[in-house]
Design a protein around this ligand. Structure first.
Ligand SMILES: NC(=O)c1ccc[n+]([C@@H]2O[C@H](COP(=O)([O-])OP(=O)(O)OC[C@H]3O[C@@H](n4cnc5c(N)ncnc54)[C@H](O)[C@@H]3O)[C@@H](O)[C@H]2O)c1
Length: 492
């Protein structure tokens, strides 16, 4: 129910005067623009029965009504008459709270409160020296700077600090790297956070159990690509939206994949060659016995989305014998043709043809443990495997066994089944029988400084859209309200 008041139509003149557009064409206005003026207007209308509605602060003219979209009012507020599914409140301003003069901040602070919890990694010295390391607790994705630039006030520092967005909303902001166990900042603060920002590089694992405790959670933003650290099915059930910054680091990862295939580790046996030089040795035959050209080889990708396709594009000039892909979503014909990629519908059949297999699909129920003992049996003996998608897509021990036996010549990637990887993780030190073939690095292929600029900007943009009630970029929505929007997290 929305309370209506004929008296509002009398305010049309005032509003038209204040806003430089026709009352019938009022566009959505952000709260920052709207509120200072709106407050004056509301004060001017003192005594009138006012307006209401769900959503974010926008002003619409409906019939004779002005509809103030005034999200964020606590459901317990006396003016609140209902909740909307996005977590906003449908409110009715009657005489309260405007029957007595309130300052703008009092009005807003009384009812507005949002906690944004950000789980990032500690960048330590490097982050202090390099401000472009945005995905760190020190540099906070640039969000604090952004708010300040927008004219907001930043109060305090450290864990329990508060960002005061002037004239609009308080954000209780928590930024921490502590994410494991019941005493972690993550688990303590998730219970009343409304927005969770995480990054795949230091994943805060939002399990079903935690989601059940997170009664206030409305939005999860992944600063980067890959939201498997969130139980997406539970997010669907609890109507928690999950968005990521699609495309933000796909070139960074594709470049890393090609580097891994060609130079750093696998086909050219680069790592043992470099280690030999550092040791002061020189025995070319020890390296050359396991070094090959990429030309004439068969390369296949499991997943041919943004990254997989970019890998194929980058391999074209190497004149591989063939480029294959396995994906339930076929590439558009023109895209497949332009890189000469051939789709293979059976995964075992694809891997049995490949000299190099690269994994570029998301982690979900259908891909967890996909590369296991059984699938590895179908790999060519001596094949190379590159996985920059997610560690848990490959069975840790099966891969280690295959490398040790020489069934795989090399395994390379930056993603691990648990992150940070424990010190004794077998993938840190596993080797092929010739003492090479390990190209593992920490999770960083998608977090180059260029990528960080893009995903930090994207995360801010998602947050800002949420704050002002603007529609999100469809490509960024993994889970919308109560349903999967992305088709990349499994066939359903
Ligand atoms: N290492 C890093 O730094 C890093 C950075 C970005 C992304 N990633 C990982 O790479 C993944 C892919 O990213 P993207 O941008 O290419 O995503 P995308 O959504 O553009 O493409 C994913 C593709 O995988 C396909 N797919 C899904 N399930 C599959 C299955 N069972 N078998 C075969 N194909 C399947 C989808 O149909 C889609 O075409 C991310 O989900 C993330 O896990 C890693």
């Amino acid at each position: 129910m929305i309370r209506r008041s004929g008296q509002l139509s009398g305010a049309l003149g005032t509003l038209s005067h204040l806003f430089p557009f026709s009352a019938f064409e009022l566009p959505p206005i952000s709260i920052r623009t709207l509120v200072p003026k709106l407050y004056d207007i509301l004060m001017g209308l003192h005594g009138n029965e006012l307006v209401a509605v769900k959503g974010w602060p926008t002003l619409e003219h409906v019939g004779e009504q002005f509809i103030l979209s005034a999200r964020r009012l606590a459901p317990t507020h006396p003016s609140c008459i209902s909740s909307d599914p996005r977590g906003g409140s449908i409110i009715s301003f009657t005489s309260s709270p405007f029957s007595k003069p309130l300052t703008t901040l009092e009005f807003l602070h009384a009812d507005t409160n949002m906690k944004v919890l950000a789980i990032l990694y500690d960048g330590k010295e490097a982050a202090l020296q390099e401000p472009r390391l945005l995905g760190t607790t020190e540099n906070k994705l640039g969000i604090a700077d952004w708010l300040q630039k927008e004219g907001h006030e930043f109060i305090g520092d450290g864990l329990d600090t508060t960002l005061c967005v002037q004239h609009s909303i308080y954000i209780g902001r928590q930024v921490s790297s502590s994410k494991e166990g019941p005493d972690s900042d993550f688990q303590k603060h998730i219970v009343d956070a409304e927005v969770l920002i995480t990054t795949p590089f230091h994943p805060g694992y939002l399990t079903k159990e935690l989601i059940e405790k997170a009664k206030n959670l409305k939005l999860c933003i992944t600063a980067g690509v890959g939201s498997d650290h969130i139980d997406l099915n539970a997010a669907v059930d609890h109507k928690i939206q999950v968005l990521e910054v699609s495309g933000s680091n796909v070139v960074s990862v594709a470049e890393h994949v090609v580097m891994s295939i060609l130079l750093q580790v696998l086909v050219r046996n680069f790592m043992p060659a470099h280690e030999m030089i550092e040791r002061g040795d020189w025995q070319v035959s020890d390296i050359a016995r396991n070094a090959f050209d990429l030309e004439g080889k068969v390369v296949g990708t499991i997943g041919a989305g943004r990254i997989g396709y970019r890998v194929l594009q980058r391999l074209v000039p190497f004149d591989c014998k063939s480029l294959l892909y396995y994906d339930y979503a076929p590439l558009p014909a023109a895209a497949a043709q332009s890189v000469g990629a051939v789709r293979v519908e059976d995964l075992k059949e694809m891997v049995s043809q490949c000299d190099v297999v690269t994994v570029n699909c998301p982690l979900h129920e259908g891909t967890r443990g996909l590369v296991n003992d059984e699938l590895l049996k179908h790999f060519k003996k001596g094949a190379w495997l590159v996985n920059t998608a997610r560690g848990a897509i490959c069975d840790k021990d099966a891969v280690a066994r295959a490398l040790k036996s020489g069934h795989l010549s090399g395994y390379s990637g930056d993603v691990w089944n648990v992150q940070p990887a424990p010190k004794d993780h077998v993938w840190r030190t596993m080797k092929n029988p010739l003492g090479g073939g390990n190209g593992m690095v920490p999770h960083y292929s998608g977090t180059t400084l260029d990528a960080q600029a893009r995903y930090a900007a994207g995360a801010k943009s998602i947050l800002e859209n949420y704050l002002i009630g603007k529609a999100q970029e469809p490509a960024n929505i993994i889970v919308g309200l109560g349903k999967y929007e992305s088709k990349a997290y499994g066939q359903r």
